[in-house]
Design a protein around this ligand. Sequence first.
Ligand SMILES: NC(=O)c1ccc[n+]([C@@H]2O[C@H](COP(=O)([O-])OP(=O)(O)OC[C@H]3O[C@@H](n4cnc5c(N)ncnc54)[C@H](O)[C@@H]3O)[C@@H](O)[C@H]2O)c1
Length: 321
Amino acid sequence: MKKSATILVSGGAGYIGSHTVWYLNQLGYRTIVFDNLSTGFRQDMLGDVNRIGDLQNPWDLKRLFLQEPIDAVIHFAANIAVGESVKEPLKYYRNNTVSLVNLLETMQASGVKKLVFSSTAAVYGNPVLCPISEDAPIAPVNPYGHSKAWGEQMLRDCASAYGMDFVALRYFNACGKAPATHLGEKHDPETHLIPLVLDAVAGRRPPLKVFGNDYNTLDGTCIRDYVHVLDLAQAHELALQKMGDGGSFSAFNLGNGQGHSVLEVIRAVEEICQKPVPFEFAARREGDPAVLVASSAKAKEKLGWKPKFESLQSIIKTLVQ
Ligand SMILES: NC(=O)c1ccc[n+]([C@@H]2O[C@H](COP(=O)([O-])OP(=O)(O)OC[C@H]3O[C@@H](n4cnc5c(N)ncnc54)[C@H](O)[C@@H]3O)[C@@H](O)[C@H]2O)c1
């Protein structure tokens, strides 16, 4: 795909979408942001074209595809909170799964055949082996994970039925920001650890709750794999370049391959900010696996992915300049 291609970015006003648009713009792509601003921000819409519209409304999509030439789609738009998905599963099945049907139907009718899909480590549920590779069983344990696993299945089926090409990128814990930009992670409510720790150290929130200190890990707290948002952006661009030529589906894990415990994240923030992080231990949350760490060997080998922010410290530093 030429670097001048036009890329439609659904959810491009959100955290990972806006960073990816920023990254694609630097490389010369023409970007179209499509977002309903349900959790995204107007000031973070950095496309050459910016459209407010809803994937749940097929007419919004039809209008867009009629008006704009589109070479490929990156589909970020979704609801992303695991806890909320347990309380409101239909919201997730509608917005994450039905919306994808609308998008695929519009693409198929318009002859647009390439899409990169935001998938997630949540499709693996509670994995038996770590690091997790792409051939681990798909066994989600909550509606959010199911909504993404079904999305992937739809892509597999559409690839062979309609000769379309898809890449599903299964992110682990996205974090960090593009330095010297106003972009950043602004989820509300925020459920991700690094922004919560930074809020706690800055006194913007009450002491951080650390859920569980009796896991079978070195310090008893959960271990996760943190991957910088610009490294994710890089992988999306590589996926566009390496996409198949009719009828392909492939999935790649995107993580750093190094696990960090909650206490390690707290200590790293304390070291960088030179301040103690107020925190207290609380009971485990149901459904939190002890360790989630990716093997990203496949993305490195097949996509040529080279993450630039490999240490936890380098990721956190992008948030505290
Ligand atoms: N943040 C993470 O750590 C993480 C990890 C794994 C996977 N993901 C996936 O990455 C994607 C982006 O996550 P994020 O953290 O940037 O979330 P986000 O909430 O910041 O961004 C989602 C964007 O999609 C938009 N949107 C939602 N529903 C829409 C609809 N029906 N029509 C149009 N726009 C709609 C929102 O307004 C928002 O701008 C999601 O698909 C998520 O499942 C995120």
